[in-house]
Design a protein around this ligand. Structure first.
Ligand SMILES: Nc1ncnc2c1ncn2[C@@H]1O[C@H](COP(=O)(O)OP(=O)(O)OP(=O)(O)O)[C@@H](O)[C@H]1O
Ligand code: SF4
Ligand SMILES: [Mg+2]
Length: 347
């Protein structure tokens, strides 16, 4: 299993030597689709999403409830199998792996859940929960296991004494630290963080975000960081992907997406988030968001955002806009934004 990781590293090096170009992205998702059967209909939870995440990069994923963030997370870590599309991890197609190779994948990419209460076994102490992961993956046992558990607790900023505590004896922040330690136990390369601080008290969110930033730097991790809150992801992300009803609305550098978004939906998400830069704050034109997102089992034709978009016109109701690079590195799926960019000569 370690072999597969070493092989990948070696092939990265080879790629660099042969082509002289950059190595493959850590994650590459192409036209990812996940449809669920529900009653007589089909829920289009993820409906044609493509993105790349470079090694060591953090991609923030934002969007309202039900837009497909958790489904994307589950597909990435292969808790779910996609209906269509490809997922590559360091160049290796992982979307159809089974058996031994799927178990090997679990050591390379790990999911941290929103709710540590639901993901931790109430009958296991923190140390037992970590020992169990080490045993399942045959990584360490006995004295070696105990040493590794101590190391993991320290990594996430918990005292050694926390190892003896049950979930109900810990605070929400401490439980989430155990959740993070459990994900790190297998020494993964990628963490998919699904709203890792949303369930926590506001006062401890910043601590956990800082912990995640430190771990990423120390362990050279790649993150996919999911939140419904644009203000939350901008702290940690290099780039941000904005999802709407199973599709990407906008994707780009965190500063461009959070301070100078081009998609009307991103602009409305930005509404509640004060810009870091006061000048940008005064320039932005936030548009308040009306109503609820439509049902993903009956998405509107054309642009999926047209039922709520203040700029919607006839074309938007008929034709789905493609994701286009309207500024360098900033991809936007909007007819009006594309036309304005063309007029300005940007695209
Ligand atoms: N197993 C399932 N069966 C049927 N529908 C599902 C299933 N899982 C998710 N869905 C539906 O798919 C859509 C996307 O769900 P998902 O959990 O990915 O959204 P989300 O962006 O994570 O939302 P939230 O912010 O509330 O966590 C929703 O309409 C949801 O009801
Ligand atoms: S394509 Fe039309 S409806 Fe969709 S976001 Fe752009 S302006 Fe709004
Ligand atoms: Mg979710």
């Amino acid at each position: 299993m370690t072999g597969s990781r070493e092989t990948t590293r070696a092939s990265d090096d080879q790629h660099r030597l042969v082509s002289g170009g950059p190595p493959e992205p850590m994650i590459e998702v192409v036209d990812l689709v996940k449809h669920y059967r529900a009653g007589h209909g089909v829920v289009r939870a993820v409906d044609g999403v493509s993105f790349r995440v470079a090694r060591g990069e953090t991609l923030g994923v934002v969007g309202e409830s039900g837009c497909g963030k958790s489904t994307t997370a589950k597909l990435l870590v292969r808790l779910e199998e996609p209906t269509a599309g490809e997922i590559r991890l360091a160049g290796e197609e992982i979307s159809r792996l089974r058996g031994r190779r799927l178990r090997a994948l679990r050591r390379r990419i790990q999911l941290v859940f929103q709710d540590p209460d639901a993901s931790l076994n109430p009958r296991l102490t923190a140390a037992d929960a970590l020992t169990e992961v080490l045993a399942v993956h045959r990584l360490a046992d006995g004295a070696g296991g105990r040493a590794r558990v101590g190391e993991l607790l320290e990594m996430v900023g918990l005292p050694a004494s926390a190892g003896g505590r049950y979930p109900h004896q810990m605070s929400g922040g401490q439980r989430q630290r155990v959740g993070i330690a459990r994900a790190l136990a297998v020494s993964p390369e990628v963490l998919v963080l699904d709203e890792p601080v949303s369930a926590l008290d506001v006062s401890v969110r910043a601590e956990v975000i800082n912990l995640l930033a430190r771990l990423r730097d120390e362990l050279a991790l790649t993150y996919v960081f999911i939140s419904h809150d644009l203000g939350m992801v901008r702290h940690l992300s290099d780039r941000i992907a904005v999802m709407y009803l199973g599709r990407l609305a906008e994707l780009g550098d965190w500063r461009a997406v959070s301070d100078a978004p081009l998609h009307p939906y991103t602009r409305s998400l930005q509404e509640a988030v004060p810009a870091a830069d006061p000048e940008a704050e005064s320039r932005r034109e936030a548009v308040p968001l009306r109503g609820e997102p439509p049902d993903p089992s009956a998405p509107p034709p054309g642009c999926r955002f047209h039922t709520r978009c203040p700029l919607a016109e006839q074309l938007c109701r008929e034709e789905s806009p493609a994701l286009m690079e309207l500024r360098p590195g900033q991809f936007v799926a909007c007819h009006v934004a594309a036309r304005e960019a063309a007029r300005r000569g940007d695209a």
